[in-house]
Design a protein around this ligand. Structure first.
Ligand code: NAD
Ligand code: DAU
Length: 347
C-alpha cells in the first residue's frame, strides 16, 4: 500500500484533492497534514473523515522537528504539498507569515523527504504552485512553462521561492519532484476572503461588493474539481522533474465576472434583475495589483490529455448553489477572527 502525505488537506483545494484520492484509490493510505489555520477546516472533509484509508495529522510544516518525526513514524512514499498561506491581500499586511509557511515550511518538508527517502525508487515530491510566480501579463500573451519567474506580491515571491527550492532539491540531492502552476480556482469550500466566495457571501447579506481599482484586471478561472483532476493526472502520469501549467482557458475581467455573478445570484435568490449589481462599489486598488494572468495549458492537454470539464457559467452556478445550500458552513467560517480581518481590509 502506498502512503501518500497530502499537506494542507483541510483547505480549499486540498480538501477536493483528498476527497478524490481517498475515494478513487482505496489501495493508498492518505495522510492529511494540516495546522488548521484560519483557512483550514475539517468540516470540509466530513464525508471522508471515517474512511479506512484516511488519517488526519494535526501538525505545522514550520516545525522541522515535528515534520521529521512524522516522516520517520509513517514512512510516506509520496507527498502532495498544498499547505500554504494563500491570500495575496494578507501577504501585503504580513509578508513574514508567508516566508515562514511557504518558504521555510516547504524547505522543512523537502529536507525530511531527502533524509528519509534513502531509496528514491517510486518516491515523488509534488509541489502545488501558482501562475502568480510568472508575474503579470499585458493585454496579449499567455504564461507557458518556460515563462521567466517575475513575482510581484509577497505571496507570489514566497511561492516562487518555494518552487526554486523544490527544483534545487531535485538538482542537488536528486529528489524526484514535479511542480504544477495553476490559475485562479473557484468552487465549494472556498474561504470567503477570495473574490468569488466573498462576493457571494456579501450578496446574500446585502453588503457592498468591493471591486479593487477600475475592475479591469483579468484572471483565468478554473473549477476546483478540474484542478484536483489535473493534480491526479500529473501525480500519476507526469514526468519527474517537470513543470505543468494548469488553467481554465477562461479569462474574465473582474468587473465582467462580478456582473455575471450578480445576474446568477439575482435569479437564484428571486431578486429583481440588477438588484445585486447595485451593491458594486469601487474601492482603493490592491498595491502592486497584477493586471492579467492567463495560462497556456497546452502541455498538460497534449501530453496527459487533460481539459476542464465544466464551462464557467456551469461552474459558477454549481458554486453559488453550494454556498446557498451550506449556509451553516458559511456562518461558521465567517465567525470569530473573520470579522476582524474584514473590517481591517474593507473599512
Ligand atoms: P487555503 O488557504 O484554502 O488552504 C491552505 C491550507 O494549508 C489550510 O488548510 C491551512 O490550515 C493549511 N496550512 C497553512 N499553513 C500551514 C502550516 N504552517 N502547516 C500546516 N498546514 C498549514 O489554500 P488553497 O487555496 O486551497 O491553496 C492550496 C495550494 O494551492 C497553495 O499552495 C496555493 O498556493 C496553491 N494554489 C492556489 C490557487 C487558488 O486559486 N486558490 C491557485 C493555484 C495554486
Ligand atoms: O492565480 C492563482 C492565485 O489566485 C492563487 O495562487 C492564490 O492563492 C489565489 O488567492 C488567487 O489570487 P488572486 O489574488 O488572483 O485572487 P483573489 O480572489 O484575491 O482576487 C481575484 C481578483 O479580484 C484580483 O484581481 C483582485 C480582485 N479583488 C479581490 C478581492 C478579494 C477585488 O476586486 N476585490 C476583492 O475584495
Amino acid at each position: 500500500m502506498k502512503k501518500i502525505l497530502v499537506t494542507g488537506g483541510a483547505g480549499f483545494i486540498g480538501s477536493h484533492v483528498l476527497r478524490l484520492f481517498v475515494n478513487k484509490y482505496p489501495e493508498y493510505h492518505i495522510f492529511n497534514l494540516d495546522a488548521l489555520t484560519y483557512a483550514g477546516n475539517l468540516e470540509n472533509l466530513k464525508d471522508i473523515q471515517d474512511a479506512p484509508n484516511y488519517t488526519f495529522l494535526k501538525a505545522d510544516i514550520t516545525n522541522a522537528e515535528q515534520i521529521d518525526e512524522l516522516f520517520g513514524k509513517h514512512q510516506f512514499d509520496r507527498v502532495i504539498h498544498l499547505a500554504a498561506e494563500s491570500h495575496v491581500d494578507r501577504s501585503i499586511t504580513d509578508p513574514m507569515a508567508f516566508v515562514k509557511t511557504n518558504v521555510m515550511g516547504t524547505v522543512n518538508l523537502l529536507t525530511a523527504a531527502k533524509e528519509h527517502w534513502k531509496d528514491i525508487n517510486g518516491k515523488l515530491f509534488y509541489h502545488v504552485s501558482t501562475d502568480e510566480v510568472y508575474g503579470s501579463l499585458g493585454e496579449e500573451g499567455l504564461f507557458t512553462e518556460t515563462t521567466a519567474y517575475d513575482p510581484n506580491s509577497p505571496y507570489s515571491a514566497s511561492k516562487a521561492s518555494s518552487d526554486h527550492f523544490v527544483r534545487s532539491y531535485g538538482e542537488t540531492y536528486k529528489l524526484p519532484y514535479v511542480i504544477s502552476n495553476c490559475s485562479n480556482n473557484y468552487g465549494p469550500n472556498h474561504f470567503p476572503e477570495k473574490l468569488i466566495p466573498l462576493f457571494i457571501n456579501n450578496i446574500i447579506n446585502n453588503k457592498s461588493l468591493p471591486v479593487y481599482g477600475d475592475g479591469n484586471y483579468t484572471r483565468d478561472w478554473l473549477f476546483v474539481k478540474d484542478h484536483a483532476a489535473a493534480i491526479d493526472l500529473v501525480f500519476h502520469k507526469g514526468s519527474n522533474n517537470e513543470t505543468y501549467n494548469i488553467g481554465g482557458f477562461n479569462e474574465w475581467k473582474n468587473i465582467d465576472l462580478v456582473k455575471l455573478l450578480c445576474q446568477q445570484m439575482d435569479q437564484k435568490l428571486g431578486r429583481n434583475e440588477g438588484e445585486s449589481e447595485k451593491l458594486i462599489t469601487y474601492v482603493k486598488d490592491r498595491p502592486g495589483h497584477d493586471l492579467r494572468y492567463a495560462i497556456d495549458a497546452t502541455k498538460l492537454n497534449k501530453e496527459l490529455g487533460w481539459k476542464p470539464s465544466v464551462t464557467f457559467e456551469e461552474g459558477l452556478s454549481k458554486t453559488i448553489d453550494w454556498y446557498l445550500e451550506n449556509e451553516e458552513w458559511l456562518k461558521n467560517v465567517t465567525s470569530g477572527s473573520y470579522q476582524q480581518y474584514y473590517n481591517k481590509q474593507y473599512n
